[in-house]
Design a protein around this ligand. Structure first.
Ligand code: PHE
Length: 342
């Protein structure tokens, strides 16, 4: 009989070791302490024994009963603790983080200026058009009156693909695509990235941004051009500006001009900013060349128009007093955040 007690105790201990949850614990409880359990079996046998033996066995059964109960409750506590720790691992949240803290984004200086320009022109009845960065030679050069061996191609060297495509050197192809799609009278602007094979320095980068515009109607003259340029610059710099035209060469306009703005810092007296000349060269522009109108299926005997192109990065640099173009395209948020408004 005592051998049996030992066996029961041993198997109880082994089972208890192996279990991993409370459900199994309850099963063990039933198996050993339940009405039909192992200990109950011993009690059943008591009837047939002498009083002396009864007392002895009864004592042993009670000892085991207490032992089992104690071990089971102890194991229950262990399991509870284990489950708690497991849940802590699975479900922990870092209460030191602030879920409501979000950093406000801000617009890039180039985007701010581009949007200002777009708004100004949309308010004057212009449509904003887009065009591909990867262009054909036709749209980037030929249709703009720059023939294959024309020296003007040298000034706008770019990156060529093996299939003859190229990265556009200016936003002027948007004009051609616009003319093809829209009938005159038309007012369009086309902002975007342009690319040139340049040696980079503080004022040159191989990628920069231009804002191009074109207006075509009957009897458009240089006076229209000057009006729109003055209005545009007034919007960007939030003040009245004075402009002047100098002759400038661009194959796609005739006559062609460089448009200068009187320096806003020294009012024309000459300062470091305007290199002591009092004027700042800003815009390439002119009256659209008849060959270009023809490329856009527009009759130059009926219609005329002006076109212009301006560097957005340059405007942003002037507006925010940035002296080097390269960090503008560097992607360093700490830099761009300094200059932008929401
Ligand atoms: N596309 C010219 C350039 O990149 C700018 C320009 C546009 C000049 C329209 C005249 C008219 O240099």
């Amino acid at each position: 009989m005592s051998k049996n007690f030992e066996n029961v105790e041993l198997s109880f201990r082994e089972r208890l070791q192996k279990i991993s949850n409370v459900k199994e614990l309850e099963e063990i409880k039933v198996q050993f302490l339940g009405k039909k359990g192992e200990l109950a079996q011993f009690m059943k046998q008591l009837k047939e024994l002498s009083n002396e033996k009864k007392a002895e066995i009864g004592k042993s059964v009670n000892r085991l009963k207490e032992l089992f109960q104690e071990k089971i409750e102890h194991r229950r506590e262990e399991l509870k603790q284990g489950e708690y720790e497991h849940r802590m691992q699975q479900e922990w949240i870092d209460i030191t983080t602030d879920p409501f803290h979000t950093e406000p984004g801000s617009l890039h200086p180039v985007t701010v200026v581009q949007q200002k320009l777009e708004d100004a022109f949309m308010a004057m009845g212009f449509q904003v058009l887009d065009g591909p960065h990867i262009e054909t030679e036709y749209y980037n050069f030929e249709a703009l009156n720059i023939a294959e061996h024309h020296p003007a191609r040298d000034m706008q060297d770019t990156f060529y693909f093996e299939d003859g495509h190229l990265l556009r050197t200016h936003t002027s192809p948007i004009q051609i695509r616009g003319m093809e799609r829209l009938k005159p009278p038309l007012r369009i602007v086309g902002p975007g990235k342009v690319f040139r094979c340049e040696r980079t320095d503080a004022s040159h980068d191989s990628c920069f941004h231009q804002f191009e515009g074109m207006m075509i109607d009957r009897d458009i003259s240089v006076a229209h051009l000057i009006y729109f340029m003055k209005t545009m610059l007034g919007e960007v710099f939030d003040s009245e500006v004075e402009v002047r035209l100098r002759p400038g060469y661009f194959p796609f306009v005739e006559p062609g001009f460089e448009l200068d703005m009187r320096c806003l810092l020294c009012q024309g007296a000459g300062c470091k900013f305007c290199k002591r000349v009092g004027w700042i060269e800003l815009i390439g522009c002119g009256m659209v060349h008849p060959n270009v109108l023809r490329s856009g299926n527009i009759d130059p005997l009926v219609y005329s128009g002006f076109a212009f192109g301006i560097g957005i990065d340059r405007l942003a640099m002037m507006k925010y007093d940035i002296t080097d173009i390269r960090p503008l395209h560097g992607g360093n948020l700490n830099f761009t955040r300094c200059f932008t408004v929401l």
